[in-house]
Design a protein around this ligand. Structure first.
Ligand code: 5GP
Ligand code: ZN
Length: 140
């Protein structure tokens, strides 16, 4: 637990939150400034700043929990789609430096402007192949 971390304070109850799930590893809360109705955050109870620091077993558990909650929330909210978002580093839009996975319900008739959109770039001749060579990851 970090005294300077708002999510650690939420997890140990020093700051109130609207909680929708808890187990030994995670707490899931509603985002205080939601992108859409039902926007929630999966928080590991232990403090890890980001995905780079998060242990593999918790990363796997977080994704499994996201899958279960996506189905549950879609049924309860009757939403039409769902985004998982996870920011790492200030340049990537991270503002709270305690790992969290955003669960964002999407609605056909909702306000979808500027939510998760980016300007699409393009590759020059051979650029994608060269980049793929650089990035090729060996099979475990
Ligand atoms: P990030 O930009 O780091 O990926 O997302 C941080 C999220 O935490 C934001 O969506 C923000 O609204 C949410 N947030 C920040 N402070 C609080 C808080 O005190 N309570 C809750 N429930 N959410 C918070
Ligand atoms: Zn923390």
């Amino acid at each position: 637990m970090r005294d300077d971390c708002i999510f650690c304070k939420i997890i140990d109850g020093r700051i109130p939150s609207a909680s929708i799930y808890e187990d030994e590893d995670f707490r899931v809360i509603l985002d205080i400034s939601p992108a859409a109705k039902g926007h929630a955050l999966i928080l590991p109870k232990e403090h890890y700043a980001n995905l780079y620091e998060l242990p593999e077993d918790l990363a796997a558990k977080a994704m499994l929990l996201a899958k279960k909650l996506a189905a549950h929330m879609t049924e309860k909210l009757q939403c039409d789609g769902f985004n998982l978002v996870q920011n790492n580093g200030e340049v990537a839009g991270q503002t709270v430096f305690h790992f969290h996975l955003h669960l964002i319900p999407r609605y056909k008739d909702g306000d979808n402007r500027d939510l998760l959109t980016w300007k699409q770039l393009s590759y020059g001749d051979g650029e994608a192949q060269a980049l793929a060579e650089l990035l090729r990851y060996p099979k475990a």
